[in-house]
Design a protein around this ligand. Sequence first.
Ligand SMILES: *[C@@H]1O[C@H](CO)[C@@H](O)[C@H](O)[C@H]1NC(C)=O
Ligand SMILES: *[C@@H]1O[C@H](CO)[C@@H](O)[C@H](O)[C@H]1NC(C)=O
Length: 114
Amino acid sequence: MACRGVLWAFVVSTCLGSSVAQKVTQPQQEMSVQEKETATLACTYDTSESNYYLFWYKQPPSGEMIFIIRQEAFKQQNATDHRFSVNFQKATKNFSLRISDCQLEDAAVYFCAL
Ligand SMILES: *[C@@H]1O[C@H](CO)[C@@H](O)[C@H](O)[C@H]1NC(C)=O
Ligand SMILES: *[C@@H]1O[C@H](CO)[C@@H](O)[C@H](O)[C@H]1NC(C)=O
């Protein structure tokens, strides 16, 4: 199959927390998504804090780290920004990223950070 029109999202784990009690887990290794479709990137985390921020970043092949979206733990709404939105479940500590209407420019490594 030709790669044209296919999004390659390489997902790896990271932890930008200062406390050892904090960690994030991203189960997917790699996924490909057709253009215009919606991609969901899973992330679960663990922290003993009650007040915290969660972030998604992406690193395209050019190498720079690009901030996508931020969620405040106390916010009662899921953060959204254009084609990006999160499904934040504080009780189960899930913080997945949804990318709607996928574009070729979305091909990147995605980092979930606490
Ligand atoms: C985010 O959206 C999901 C699905 O609609 C919902 O279950 C969840 O409670 C929402 N989270 C927040 C913080 O509003
Ligand atoms: C939270 O993430 C875990 C691991 O990815 C998954 O098994 C579980 O179904 C998710 N729960 C919700 C409420 O999305």
